[in-house]
Design a protein around this ligand. Structure first.
Ligand SMILES: [Zn+2]
Length: 580
């Protein structure tokens, strides 16, 4: 059954994050009128494709790719033994990541590519759900095992993206958008925030620097890296599997309803998309739905196979219309990378990765000087040490080697210090604030106008709800430097108060409390809340816990007084339903 592919705009379910802003002093918050959108798997590929095809030049090249594909398709396809898989060079581009943790992001990308390889080769650990159970409901369907190998490129990178020869092609905050000419010949994976969907891809990619776009909360698997964190139920890397399926010319499993299929012979017709985790045997179009297919919209844990027809289609498209990717592989993927290494820089020591110094020390402390050194990174451009007496402004020292001597200190005085690294992608996060005290002098030094610094100790207190693993918080100063952070915590300790002592000087701060599930920390599963108190236990700022994904509280410390600023919070979406 042929269909007029690609011109049908499927309705895309988007999830909106509404927020309202109010002055803290203003009191009440208005709950916005709740949208009826729900969080579920959605993919904006059809809409993306329609946009692309509105460009006549793109359309012409697209038609050529499909014509080559159709020509190849008529040949008998014999599945060869997969002794030497076709290598697909991959580059991953993280975009707009605050305080990126480079080594963590690199590991996350490697994990995602491992998932791609397993899923496309039919070697995923959950394929037994098909082989030992679901397959009996689909006697004419075999699961797919492509002879493809995704390889994170590790050599001959385009210049200007902060990756040197031998390192994996993973860029951090060096690109924008979803098509970059310099990265032609690669399957690019663009990891972005705020795509409005879980992801999108062209239906049949071009290899011209285009690629798949994945929402940062649906990329990779595991605990993630700060804000780049896969969220249940899209936390097993299957959004990328789905989008790469589109890139290799797979349509959604349901095509466009019972009358028009997805142009793959062995997939049963299906009326529409499935979501969540459907029971085996649900039917539409007089046959069982193949809802465990990667090209449906079900939860990551409930999709685990391509069909052999889909695999054949993808391999044919790659061979007929993406030969530039295949040719590129030999020059950008070393043998080590092809064998799964994904470039060096891993293997435990990690010292070639540009990152926040792992450890540091301060010694040789005298009345007026101190010597600092810290763990360096091979790819660091420079480092910045900042130090101050609590309550005063930072003095900053830039240095190209991982050490510095400071020599204008006041005797018998406690200083704070922290260090960060300048990498190709920008500044890393700072080390946590640490302190040291200079030696006492013979003379009283009265060059001290900050005598009442002792009032700068505060305590962050988080009262947990029943889902502590969803809760975390951080405080940044006026320059967006991370000052303190905490969480996530354990589940099942509803009502427990987690506290942390912090030091704040005269500056303005933002205290952000987050719940990654999106249902706040009050009041459905406990009465969670968050606040900062001073040493007299006076409340400085407080969140009632009734928010969606975050509650952001701004405040300033001015000596012994504090001033409240704006509050911004994400409103809880009432449609969130627990599936645990
Ligand atoms: Zn899709």
């Amino acid at each position: 059954m042929q269909k007029s592919l690609f011109f049908i705009l499927s309705l895309v379910t988007i999830f909106l994050f509404t927020s309202c802003t109010d002055d803290l002093g203003g009191g009440e918050y208005q709950e916005d009128i709740q949208p009826t959108y729900s969080l579920r798997k959605s993919c904006a590929s059809h809409q993306h494709m329609e946009n692309l095809l509105s460009d006549p030049e793109y359309k012409k090249q697209y038609d050529n790719r499909i014509a080559s594909f159709n020509k190849s398709k008529t040949n008998t396809f014999e599945k060869a033994l997969c002794n030497s898989p076709t290598i697909i060079p991959v580059a991953i581009h993280y975009q707009g990541v605050n305080n990126p943790n480079a080594s963590c992001l690199i590991d996350l990308a490697k994990k995602q590519v491992d998932i791609l390889n397993a899923d496309f080769q039919g070697k995923n650990s959950d394929i037994n759900k098909w082989t030992s159970n679901a397959s009996s409901s689909f006697p004419s369907v075999n699961f797919g095992e492509t002879c493809l190998k995704f390889c994170i490129a590790d050599q001959n990178h385009p210049s200007g993206y902060g990756v040197s020869n031998g390192q994996p092609a993973i860029t951090i905050n060096k690109t924008q958008g979803d098509q970059i000419n310099a990265w032609s010949g690669y399957l690019n994976i663009y990891v972005q925030f705020g795509t409005g969907a879980l992801g999108y891809a062209p239906l049949g990619g071009a290899g011209n620097g285009d690629g798949v776009v994945i929402e940062a909360t649906a990329f990779g698997a595991g605990s993630g890296c700060g804000s780049v964190r896969p969220e249940n139920p899209y936390d097993l890397g299957r959004t990328t599997t789905h989008e790469v399926g589109h890139y290799l010319l797979l349509d959604h499993i349901w095509g466009d309803g019972c009358g028009q299929d997805d142009d793959v012979a062995d997939t049963p017709n299906q009326a529409t998309d499935n979501s969540g985790c459907p029971s085996l045997g649900i039917q539409s179009c007089n046959s069982s739905d193949l809802h465990m297919n990667y090209m449906d919209y079900t939860n990551d844990a409930c999709m685990y196979m391509f069909t052999s027809g889909q695999s054949q289609r993808m391999e044919t498209y790659l061979a007929s219309s993406l030969s530039n990717l295949i040719h590129k592989a030999s020059s950008v993927c070393s043998e080590a990378a092809q064998n799964g290494g994904g470039g060096n820089g891993d293997g435990g020591n990690g010292d070639t990765i540009c990152d926040t110094p792992e450890s540091n020390s301060v010694n040789q402390i005298t009345q007026t000087s101190a010597y600092f050194n810290w763990t360096g990174s091979d790819d660091a451009i420079k480092y910045q040490l900042r130090y101050r007496v609590q309550g005063t402004s930072w003095t900053k020292i830039n240095t190209t080697s991982p050490e510095a001597t400071v020599s204008d200190l006041i005797p018998n005085t406690t200083y704070q210090y922290r260090i960060r690294t300048r990498c190709d992608f920008g500044w890393t996060a700072q080390t946590v604030i640490q302190t040291f005290t200079t030696e006492a002098g013979n003379n009283e030094n009265d060059d001290d106008d900050s005598g009442n610094t002792s009032s700068n100790s505060f305590k962050v207190e988080i009262t947990l709800d029943d889902f502590g693993s969803e809760t975390s918080w951080f405080i940044v100063d006026n320059d967006n430097n991370l000052v303190a952070q905490g969480g996530p915590y354990r589940d099942g300790i509803n009502g427990r108060v987690k506290s942390k002592n912090i030091e704040l000087s005269n500056d303005c701060y933002t205290f952000v409390i987050e719940d990654y599930y999106g249902d706040g920390i009050c009041c459905d599963y406990g009465d969670g809340s968050a606040r900062i108190v001073n040493t007299n236990r006076t409340v400085i700022v407080e969140s009632d816990g009734n928010f969606g994904t975050y509650d952001e509280l701004n405040f300033c410390i001015e000596g012994s007084s504090t001033k409240l600023g704006k509050r911004k919070k994400d409103v809880k979406k009432k449609s969130l339903a627990r599936k645990r």
